[in-house]
Design a protein around this ligand. Structure first.
Ligand code: NAD
Length: 483
C-alpha cells in the first residue's frame, strides 16, 4: 500500500496544496509512496504554531522537558523493530545497520535527557555583595534540515537537544527519506510533547530557501553535501541566523606496515562498505605506507564474500548508482587497477534495485577524481607511499576534514599521525571513528561550516544563548570600581 507522507504541524498531520514527490524503495526500485512538497504558506503555519507553543514550552523547567524525552526514549526502544524496518524500506540499508542507527538515536536521546545534570548555571560573588550569574536560555524557533543517509539518527542529532533546551523546531527531512521523521513526530506526541513544539515541513530545496529566509527562525542546523551546506550557511547567516552546516567528506585511512592485518582488513571493509558507503564517516581512501600487500589481499578476499541484497544494502537512487559507476569508470580509464568490481551486480528478486557491489581500486594517484571527491558508495581508492609524512600530506591536501584513521600497533606513530592530520574525528585502529555521547560530532574544513559541533556538550552552545545577570541587594556593600 502506498504511503502518503504529510506535514506535521501543531500536533496534526496535514496535507499541502502543492504537488508531491515520489518515495522509492531503493532495494526494489519501486515507488512506495509520496511526500508533500510544501509551500511557504505551510511553513508560515508551522511557524505560527511553534511561536504560540514556545511561550509555554520555554517556561517549562529543564527537568520537565527532559521527562517527556524519558518516555520518548522508551517509545524508541519499544518501536526498535518497526523503526528499523522502515529505514530499510526507504533508505535501502540492511536491517542490522538500520537497528544500529536507531540504537544510536536512543543514545543521543539519553544524552539529551542528562541535560539537567550537565547544565548548571554559574554564579560568583565578583565583588563584595555583588553577584554575577550566567544562565543558558533558549533561542526560540529553530530549524533542522537533514540528508537521506540516516533517516532517524541524523534527526536525533538535533531534535532532543534543541527541544530539551527549550526551543521549538521546524524539521525538514530529506525528500528521499521522509518516513522516519514522520514516525518520530508521532512518537514525540505519544510521549507527551505539547503540540506545536515539534513540526515537520516536507519538501525540496524551495522550502529550504524559505526556511533560511524566514524572519521568525533564529537558528538553522543543516546536514548534507558540502555544495548545499555552503548554500544553506550563506543564506542563513545572510539573513542573520546562527547556523551550523555539516557537509560531505573524503575520509582517509592511513595503514602502516605494522598494522594488525586481520583487524585492519576487517575494519577497512566495514568502513568502506557499511551502509553501502553512504556515510559521511566512511573510509573511501586508503593510503598504505610501506609493505601493506597482505592487508589488501585479505581485504579483497573478505570483500568477495559480501552479498549485495543480503549483507550489503543498495544505494539510494538510480542517479546515485550511475554517479558511482562513473567515478569507477573514470578511475579505470586513468590507469587505476580495479581489484574488485561492483559495477554490474545483479540481485535475484531485486533486479530493479540500485545495487553496487564492494569495489576496491588500487594504483590510485592523489590527483585522480576518485581520490579527491566524495563518491558516497561502497568504493575504496587505494594509494601507496613509502613515507609516513607523504601519507599525511595526501590526507591534508583534501578539502574535507571529517574523519581520518590510522592503523598501526605503535603508539608513538599513532600519536604522530593523529596530531598531524587535519580532521575533526580521528580513529586509531577504528575504521569509523564516530565519537560516542557525550563527545561531540563534527568535522573540519569543508565538512563543517559554522562554529562548534552538532551533538554532545558542544551542541548546548548552539541551541542556547547566555543571559548574564549582575545583582546587588546589600545597600551597604562597599563600593569599588565595578559595583
Ligand atoms: P544533499 O545536500 O543533497 O541534501 C541535504 C538536504 O538539503 C535535503 O534535505 C535536501 O532537500 C536539501 N537540498 C538539496 N538541494 C538543495 C539546494 N539546492 N538548496 C537547498 N537545499 C537543498 O545531501 P544528501 O544527498 O541528502 O546526503 C548525502 C550528503 O550528506 C553526503 O555528502 C554526506 O557526506 C553528507 N552527510 C554529512 C554528514 C556530516 O556529519 N558531515 C552526515 C550525514 C550526511
Amino acid at each position: 500500500m502506498n504511503k502518503k507522507i504529510e506535514n506535521f504541524i501543531g500536533g496534526k498531520f496535514q496535507n499541502s496544496e502543492n504537488d508531491t514527490i515520489p518515495i522509492y524503495n531503493p532495494q526494489k526500485g519501486n515507488i512506495i509512496g509520496d511526500v508533500v512538497n510544501s509551500t511557504n504558506n505551510d511553513l508560515k503555519l508551522a511557524i505560527k504554531c511553534a511561536l504560540s507553543s514556545y511561550k509555554t514550552w520555554s517556561n517549562f523547567t529543564l527537568k520537565q522537558r527532559a521527562e517527556i524525552f524519558y518516555e520518548f526514549r522508551n517509545q524508541l526502544i519499544k518501536n526498535l523493530d518497526s523503526l528499523s524496518e522502515l529505514i530499510v524500506e526507504e533508505n535501502g540499508k540492511i536491517l542490522n545497520e538500520a537497528r544500529a542507527e536507531v540504537l544510536k538515536g536512543i543514545e543521543l536521546t539519553e544524552f539529551a535527557c542528562s541535560m539537567p545534570q550537565i547544565i548548571s548555571d554559574e554564579i560568583q560573588e565578583v565583588s563584595k555583595g555583588v553577584e554575577c550569574r550566567s544562565s543558558h536560555e533558549s533561542i526560540g524557533i529553530v530549524a533542522s534540515i537533514a540528508p537521506f543517509n540516516f533517516p532517524i539518527m541524523v534527526p536525533m542529532w538535533t531534535i532532543p537537544n534543541a527541544l530539551i533546551l527549550g526551543n521549538c523546531m521546524v524539521f525538514k527531512p530529506s525528500e528521499q527519506t521522509p518516513i522516519g521523521v514522520s514516525k518520530i513526530a508521532e512518537l514525540l506526541k505519544l510521549s507527551g510533547l505539547p503540540d506545536g513544539v515539534f513540526n515537520v515541513i516536507n519538501g525540496d530545496k524551495k522550502i529550504v530557501k524559505a526556511i533560511c529566509e524566514n524572519d521568525d527562525i533564529s537558528a538553522v542546523s543543516f546536514v548534507g553535501s558540502t555544495k548545499i551546506a555552503k548554500i544553506v550557511y550563506q543564506m542563513s547567516t545572510q539573513n542573520l541566523k546562527r547556523c551550523i552546516a555539516l557537509g560531505g567528506a573524503k575520509n582517509h585511512l592511513i595503514v602502516l606496515q605494522d598494522a594488525d592485518k586481520e583487524m585492519a582488513s576487517d575494519d577497512i571493509l566495514a568502513s568502506m562498505s557499511g551502509c553501502s558507503g553512504q556515510r559521511c564517516m566512511a573510509a573511501s581512501a586508503m593510503v598504505g605506507v610501506g609493505e601493506i600487500q597482505e592487508v589488501i589481499d585479505k581485504l579483497v578476499m573478505k570483500a568477495k564474500k559480501m552479498i549485495p541484497g543480503k549483507n550489503l544494502g543498495s544505494v539510494i537512487s538510480k542517479n546515485a548508482q550511475l554517479r558511482i559507476k562513473k567515478y569507477i569508470d573514470e578511475a579505470e580509464k586513468n590507469g587505476a587497477k580495479i581489484l574488485l568490481d561492483g559495477r554490474n551486480v545483479k540481485v535475484k528478486g531485486k533486479e530493479k534495485g540500485y545495487f553496487i557491489g564492494p569495489t576496491i581500486i588500487d594504483n590510485v594517484t592523489p590527483d585522480m577524481k576518485i581520490a579527491k571527491e566524495e563518491v558516497f558508495g561502497p568504493v575504496l581508492a587505494i594509494m601507496r607511499t613509502n613515507d609516513i609524512d607523504e601519507a599525511i600530506k595526501i590526507e591534508n591536501r583534501s578539502n574535507f576534514g571529517n574523519a581520518s584513521s590510522v592503523y598501526t600497533q605503535d603508539g608513538k606513530l599513532a600519536d604522530y599521525v593523529s596530531e598531524k592530520v587535519c580532521a575533526g574525528m580521528i580513529g586509531v585502529n577504528i575504521g569509523v571513528p564516530v565519537p560516542r555521547e557525550p563527545f561531540s560530532f563534527g568535522g573540519w574544513n569543508d565538512s563543517r561550516f559554522g562554529v562548534g559541533d552538532i551533538t554532545g556538550k558542544s551542541s548546548i552552545n548552539f541551541w542556547t544563548q547566555l543571559k548574564k545577570r549582575t545583582t546587588k541587594w546589600n545597600k551597604g556593600a562597599k563600593k569599588n570600581w565595578m559595583s
